[in-house]
Design a protein around this ligand. Structure first.
Ligand SMILES: [Zn+2]
Length: 317
């Protein structure tokens, strides 16, 4: 009797840490909001995700704060974008990767699908979230990283990833339809920086940024002059501001066109490198792209649903 209860107690003691481990969510830290969203979609209730960069934060310029470092030292898994997006944190993550589970999720994409970087000969354009097809590759990378960190939950991660990938395919279909209904001459996207290269390539739009692929490059007066001429020549009616970049250069562009007798308006604010407020539809990857697609197509002359593909946009076109 004594022996039996002793064995039972041993069995309980042995089982306890396992149970506790299985129930505690995996602590994940992600740099951009888009990666944090992918980790939440795929991880579900198995993960607790902290995103470092909130709405309006520019990842090209971001540096880790003291509290970010604390969160990362407590994390089970750290996901960053890579492809030189977090240019100021590159060295930090390479060092951290020697001690902790750190994955650059966009670096798993086959480089044949990537565009060259305009500023650096040996680098690629990091703005892959702008193409739903490329983002599906990133979601699979996130799934792989979570599965490696918690193999017991592989089936849950696989099912969640399937569901999210299907949503992204639906988004792709909406984007194709909405953007193809813009009159052909209007398919030009003028934005604050070159974040829309993959978007333009996917949907047949010419894209022009005042600044280059990184917001760290200065917008020269020459560049603004060139863009003013393009706006006038093509008689473009709308340009777009970005939530994570100052609109100062964009105002100079609009004034420059006005001085040449051409009226250009702001077609809307796009989410280029950061999502909307947490807890809103625009604060998810699907909502962020739905917003961009709906605002761009609407401002450039297509007939789009007011509240986007799901009727969920808070301020659609
Ligand atoms: Zn950018």
């Amino acid at each position: 009797m004594i022996r039996r209860s002793f064995l039972a107690a041993l069995a309980i003691a042995a089982a306890l840490p396992l149970t506790a481990w299985a129930e505690a969510p995996l602590k994940v830290v992600a740099t951009t909001g888009m990666i944090a969203d992918a980790a939440r979609q795929v991880g579900g209730d198995q993960v607790e995700v902290k995103g470092l960069m909130g709405p309006g934060v520019d990842p090209h310029a971001y540096r880790q704060t003291r509290s970010d470092i604390v969160a990362m030292t407590r994390a089970d898994l750290i996901l960053w974008h890579g492809l030189y997006l977090e240019a100021q944190m590159e060295g930090f993550f390479h060092d951290l990767g020697r001690k902790r589970a750190v994955v650059a999720v966009a670096e798993g994409i086959d480089t044949s699908k990537l565009h060259a970087h305009d500023d650096y000969a040996d680098k690629y354009d990091p703005h892959v979230w702008m193409s739903p097809a490329l983002w599906r590759d990133v979601v699979v990378e996130v799934q792989d990283a979570l599965t490696e960190a918690r193999p017991d939950a592989a089936d849950i991660f696989a099912a969640n990833a399937q569901a999210h990938l299907a949503e992204i395919e639906q988004l792709e279909a909406y984007a194709g339809q909405a953007l193809a209904s813009v009159p052909e001459n209007n398919r030009v996207l003028v934005t604050a920086h070159d974040a829309f290269g993959y978007f333009g390539a996917a949907y047949g739009y010419e894209v022009m940024g005042i600044q280059g692929i990184s917001t760290q490059s200065e917008a020269g007066l020459n560049r603004i002059g060139e863009l003013v001429d393009t706006l006038v020549d093509k008689q473009l009616k709308a340009v777009f501001v970005e939530s994570s970049v100052s609109d100062r250069s964009m105002r100079a562009l609009i004034e420059g066109a006005a001085a040449k007798g051409h009226d250009v308006g702001v077609g809307g604010e796009l989410y280029s490198d950061a999502m909307g407020e947490p807890g809103t539809y625009e604060g998810t990857y699907i909502g962020m792209l739905d917003h961009n697609i709906t605002v761009i197509a609407g401002a450039l002359g297509a007939d789009v649903p007011d509240r986007g593909m799901n009727g969920k946009l808070s301020a659609g076109f």
